[in-house]
Design a protein around this ligand. Sequence first.
Ligand code: 3PG
Length: 311
Amino acid sequence: PLDLSIDEETTSEAAKRLKIGIYFATWWGLNVVFNIYNKKVLNAFPYPWLTSTLSLAAGSLMMLLSWGSRIVEPPKTDFDFWKSLLPVAVAHTIGHVAATVSMSKVAVSFTHIIKSAEPAFSVLVSRFLLGESFPMPVYFSLLPIVGGCALTAATELNFNMIGFMGAMISNLAFVFRNIFSKKGMKGKSVGGMNYYACLSLLSLALLTPFAIAVEGPRMWAAGWQQAVSQIGPQFVWWVAAQSIFYHLYNQVSYMSLDQITPLTFSVGNTMKRISVIVSSIIIFQTPIQPVNALGAAIAILGTFLYSQAKM
Ligand code: 3PG
């Protein structure tokens, strides 16, 4: 009987690992497709406030339809739930718009190299705002992360300040989003998929008025006409793809956040960036200098050291 229970434990542990592995692979794959279509759209139609609003709108619509048709059981939420979701939604909205603005100004790979510094932001926020302290090796691991990103930024051929700052703001905002959402999901009956759906709805409500104020329908209409005349009628499918894949990758990432610690999540997120960086450089034929690539490699290696030091 003892052997049997050990066997069962090993099997369930293996099944759990397999499940998380499948979540991760799906999350990364969906994210690569999102990034490619997002950049294709932004190249022809440089209105990141609208494209980021459409991403949230597509997700909201998909989830409302899934709830309405009972494909997904709608969550039972109360006022307190929405109140605690508000800071998460503010952070999600800021982080999302900032990243999209960044990608409208610089290469996708550059945005994601800077975004690979998210663990460093996480340590700084935890240390200085939440008063948590870490063992020395954790602080040391920040050196290659920050140094690698700095080297990449300094040697980037098409450096743009808005592109750089957008990625940095996104890092800061997403650290808060992850801290707040892990807290908000703990012990709650709303699972990862529905939690992210509610987050999309609230973020959409927050973002829409700002998108109208910053860009607005007149710019969108003129830009849209131009994009369609340049790309052809399939432009609308590119927009649909970037919007739908944005929702899907985030939904899967929240479903995996349900199962893992924020640390594993943030390491998984950095690994995801490697696939985005490599595939976008190939697809968009982004020119990069060897020293630039070295900076990216150092930053990503720093994330591995960070995860080891934190464990
Ligand atoms: C966005 O548009 O929100 C960004 O592309 C998000 O980036 P991340 O989910 O890879 O951090």
